[in-house]
Design a protein around this ligand. Sequence first.
Ligand SMILES: Cc1ncc(C[n+]2csc(CCOP(=O)(O)OP(=O)(O)O)c2C)c(N)n1
Ligand SMILES: [Mg+2]
Length: 342
Amino acid sequence: MNTMNTTNTTNTTNTGNTTSDHDTDRRPHLYREMLRIRRFEERCVELYSATKIRGFLHLCIGEEAVAVGVMATLGPDDRVASTYREHGHALARGVSAGSVMAEMYGKVEGCSRGRGGSMHLFDTSVGFYGGNAIVAGGLPLTIGMGLADRLTGRPLVNVALFGEGAAAEGEFHESMNLAALWGLPVLFACENNRYAMGTALAKTHARTDLAARAEGYGMPAETVDGMDVEAVEAATRRAVEAIRAGEGPRFIEFLTYRFRAHSMYDPDRYREPAEVEEWKQRDPIPRLAERLIADGLVDQESLAALETEIEREIDDAIAFAEAGTIEPVEDLTRFVLTEATT
Ligand SMILES: Cc1ncc(C[n+]2csc(CCOP(=O)(O)OP(=O)(O)O)c2C)c(N)n1
Ligand SMILES: [Mg+2]
C-alpha cells in the first residue's frame, strides 16, 4: 500500500518546512491539505444548519488550491492577511482545526476567544493576521508590516489574500501604489472567483485584466490557473523568492471559482448552473488525485485511509468546540480598553 507521507495534525503547523525540501515530492502534502479544508467546510455546512455555528459563513469550497499552494511556499515568520473567506487560509497556514472550530462556535478556546467567529480568525503564533470583514481591509495591514520589515532589514514576506472585488476599493489602489513606490516585501494574491457577492467583475470594471492593472502600478504580475495547486505553488514560490531577495512587491491573479453561494444567505441566482458545473469539472482535488495515482504516489487504499484520518481530526475539532466555554457576560468588556498592568 502507498502511504501518504504528509504529517500534519490538528495542532501542528506546516509553515516552516516547505522552502528547502525541493527533493521530496510535496504533492501528497498539498493533496492532504486541500482535502482537510474541503471536509472541514462540508462539516461547517452541517453545523450551520444545526445552528451550532451562527452568524455569517463564507465557504471556500472549490478554491482550496489557492490557499494550499500559497501557504506551502511560506516560512514560519512570514505573515498573511486575509478576508472573511479565510477558513482555508487559516487551516493551511497552521491554525489548528480545533481552534478554528471553537472560534466558529463562539467559544473562549477559539483562536480569537470566540469574539470574532468565522470572519475573524486570527493567530499571530503562525503569522495569521486575520480574517477581515472589510473588503480590501487586509491590504493596508501588509503594507505596514512590509514597511516595518524593510526598515528593520528582516527578509520576510507579507501576503495579502483578497478577492477580485477588492479592486474596486481605495485601499487596493493606495496599497499597491505604496508597495511599489517603497519596494515593500508584499505579495498581492488575488483570488479572482469572478463574482463579488452577485456582481461579475465586468459589471464594475472597464478593464478586467487585473494583472495588467497591477503592472500599471509598477510591479511584476501574472495570471495563474487557481484550480491547479501545482501551478499556484510554482508561481507563488517564484514570487516569494523574488520578494525575499529584496526585489519589491509582486502580484498574482489566481483564476478560481467558488462552488457554493457567496455565503449561507445567498440564493445564488446571478450565475447559470451550467457555469458552476463547468468549473466543478476543474475541481482541484480530484484533479491532483488523478495525477498522484498516475504517478504511483497514492492508491485507493491510501486515499481511503487519508479520508478516515481527516474525518477523525475534524471530529476531534468539533468535540473540542462542543466542550469549550462561552465567555461569561461580565467579561465582555475585557480587551475593549487596554488592561492596566502592574
Ligand atoms: C468595504 C466593504 N464594502 C462592501 C462590503 C460588502 N461585501 C461583503 S463581501 C463583498 C464582495 C467581495 O467580493 P470579492 O472581493 O470578490 O471576494 P469573494 O467574496 O468573491 O471571495 C462585498 C461587496 C464589505 N464587506 N466591505
Ligand atoms: Mg470574488
